[in-house]
Ligand binder design. Structure first.
Ligand SMILES: *[C@@H]1O[C@H](CO)[C@@H](O)[C@H](O)[C@H]1NC(C)=O
Ligand SMILES: *[C@@H]1O[C@H](CO)[C@@H](O)[C@H](O)[C@H]1NC(C)=O
Length: 465
């Protein structure tokens, strides 16, 4: 029996790891001369770090081979020191069998035999029993630290707005509660990351419709108010394009808005831009190839299937091909070369369906449906996967999370959040110096209460390319 292949139809994240590495060729080409001159100790120190930024462990193994092949006679014996530093059980089983187990340096090394056996055992356990917290200490299964953290911020939970913030560690498939208790609850707001800060924009707390904007510094963990928007905007759509945050549409407590504005951090100012063709609350927006796209929403009378694109140079909105479904409470995100429009409410049902827009062809095509219907959820792309987070399924708010991989054209289950909620907003923060404070713990796990006592080393390193 080959470990690593999940028999169930509904695949989980772990089997995604197994599934995708085979289709992904190794992109790490080690050309740096200084890399080839590293001592075995230096190389070992690099590849054993959790901070090493690799999505697939194949890359680490290939780097070792490259390093050895620079001076095979003297270096091949070091395979036994280097191989155990690769998170071997996270590799695709097929790659492990064909490329690692069958590798000549590995086969020739007596010391590598137990490494191979233990790695196989760990791989088997992982795929039979699923991930457990002990996998975060086992050197064969311990995931690398993520390069980017996905934040799920606020929303509506249990009949009231929440201030909950959870951080998703995509490499460990775990959520970490990073709620800041002093912060007030917000739902139906927007969230955006720009130049080191997370902005939380507009929204609603069951009493007030907000024009206010809060700025969170994820390194210092401080909060500040910045300049308010021109309009109160609940059910607002938000995106970032070349150093501006765009906030579009929404509901000010009286009317659905067609107005839009953008924020410049340097001047701390919001400036109105051209209004959209439609009033849109509960729409969603994204940026692709230097343009802002906004799709769907609710105009006060009906759920919309229309979509439009904003050109910053001409300050003009242009209507694009309409979506195939009406979608309010939709999730819109740029992923690969397309704008994805996912889920939402069509006036009768919460939707499982999703579609992708090609700007080149100005056409929409349907993609496979999600496992769960949802509206008013969070949507983001992290580690080349499109995640949908929480939302309302027509009956209840949910903590369910799933992800779509465009390479396999399939949806996968991801780990649930701890807090069920809709009307949340997600954003992704890359390259945090203190990423360990938002990631699942990799040391011996004894509970969340201890997490703040642990200090992680600051830098995220990458393999030299
Ligand atoms: C998350 O953390 C906050 C603040 O420490 C706490 O009040 C809340 O109960 C936690 N939520 C969960 C689901 O653990
Ligand atoms: C963590 O667990 C490993 C294996 O179970 C053990 O060898 C090690 O001593 C533990 N470390 C700490 C700090 O408890």
């Amino acid at each position: 029996h080959t470990p690593g292949l999940c028999p169930s139809h509904r695949k989980t994240w772990r089997s995604w790891v197994a599934a995708s590495s085979s289709s992904q060729s190794c992109v790490w080409i080690i050309v740096s001369a200084s890399f080839l001159e590293l001592s075995v100790t230096e190389l070992k120190d690099i590849i054993e770090k959790d901070e090493l930024n690799v999505k697939q462990e194949d890359a680490v193994f290939e780097a070792i081979l490259k390093w050895i092949s620079h001076d095979p006679q003297n270096r091949k014996q070091h395979i036994s020191v280097l191989l155990p530093k690769v998170r071997l059980a996270l590799m695709h089983a097929e790659y492990f069998m064909n490329n690692v187990k069958m590798n000549d340096y590995v086969k020739d090394s007596e010391e590598c035999k137990p490494v191979i056996i233990n790695a196989l055992k760990a791989m088997y356990d992982l795929n039979m029993n699923g991930p457990s917290n002990s996998d975060f200490t086992n050197p064969f299964t311990r995931p690398r630290l993520p390069y980017a953290i996905l934040f799920a911020i606020g929303g509506w939970s249990g009949g009231s707005p929440t201030n909950a913030i959870e951080a998703y560690d995509a490499r460990a498939d775990r959520w970490v509660n990073v709620t800041c208790e002093e912060e007030s609850p917000r739902a139906y707001h927007g969230a955006a990351y720009l130049k080191g800060y997370v902005y939380i924009i507009g929204g609603f707390d069951s009493v007030d419709y907000f024009n206010s904007v809060k700025r969170f510094d994820p390194v210092k963990k401080t909060w500040h108010q910045v300049a308010p928007m021109h309009s109160r905007r609940c059910y607002v759509s938000v995106t970032v394009l070349s150093n501006f945050i765009y906030a579009m549409g929404g509901f000010d407590g009286y009317v659905r808005l067609n107005t839009a504005e953008r924020y410049e951090p340097e001047t701390n100012q919001w400036t109105l831009i051209a209004p959209m063709h439609e009033q849109r609350s509960d729409a969603s927006a994204t940026t692709l190839y230097g343009k802002v796209y906004i799709c769907g929403g609710f105009n006060g009378n009906e759920c919309l299937f229309t979509a439009e694109v904003y050109n910053t140079e001409s300050n003009q909105w242009t209507v694009i091909a309409p979506m195939r479904s009406r979608r309010s409470g939709i999730g819109v995100i740029a992923y690969g070369e397309h704008v994805y429009a996912v889920g939402g409410f069509d006036g009768a049902n919460r939707l499982r369906s999703a579609e992708a827009y090609s700007p080149v062809a100005n056409t929409w095509r349907t993609i496979p449906t999600m496992f769960n219907p949802r509206s008013n959820f969070g949507i983001e792309v992290v580690d080349d996967l499109l995640f949908v987070v929480g939302g309302f399924n027509g009956f209840t708010t949910t903590f369910n999370v799933e992800c779509y991989d465009e390479k396999t054209d399939e949806w996968y289950d991801a780990h649930d959040m701890s807090i069920y909620r809709s009307a949340l907003s997600c954003c992704v923060v890359p390259g945090l110096a203190n990423v360990g404070e938002y990631a699942a713990r990799r040391d011996n796990f004894t509970g969340l209460a201890l997490r703040d006592e642990v200090k992680y080393s600051a830098s995220t390193s990458t393999l030299p390319v």
